[in-house]
Design a protein around this ligand. Sequence first.
Ligand SMILES: N[C@@H](CCC(=O)N[C@@H](CS)C(=O)NCC(=O)O)C(=O)O
Length: 220
Amino acid sequence: MITLYTIPGSAATVPRIALDEAGADYLMIELKRDETGRNVEPEGYDLLNPMGTVPTLVDDDLVVTEAAACCLYIAEKYPDAALMPTTGSHDWATTLRWLTLLTNTAQATFLRWYYPEQYTSDASGLEPVQSAAVTKLAHVAEVLSEQIADGPFLLGGDFTVADAFLAMLTGWGEDLAASERWSVKPALASHYNAVAARPAAGAVLTAEGFPGNFTSTQTP
Ligand SMILES: N[C@@H](CCC(=O)N[C@@H](CS)C(=O)NCC(=O)O)C(=O)O
């Protein structure tokens, strides 16, 4: 059986959505950190995931880290859930394109904003790291917004793990200053709402502490 190591509201939200969308039977273990951010429970977690981050997915003797990789593994293991388009198709390549942008650019930029101290050794330089991250996040939000077009999902009518990823990031965006939130973009708010309207994905978003949905009163 799969075990998913998580922290509420973290990047583990995405593989959790994928598992629940697939109807998978799995065990979830919450990682505990001390006040310095050191992983303390379960003991030995850093041997499982040498980066010390969440998520980590364990399936028998297989260990998968990195949220996007966990999602792709789940999609492959539970093909009936159709969480990825057919391998090799144009839609598959396009989904990989957006999933990769979401993980290696958008998510990484959010992490610079959340943990600026990890990106400079200059204690007085935290604010510039964060403000550069905000500028980059606005650019990525614009690109993703345009991609959604008619929606409701990134590829149109079919939900994929990339949509779970995007919804999580839109949820993280609520931590930014009001004018910078991703949910002020109508396309991203509608996209989030479409993901949140799915029974499995919506239940996970709520359980992880994300908003139920965004109203349409926001301005672009
Ligand atoms: N690229 C990694 C990033 C994971 C990550 O940074 N997770 C955060 C929580 S959202 C974390 O565990 N941070 C603690 C740390 O960096 O020590 C992934 O997608 O799994």
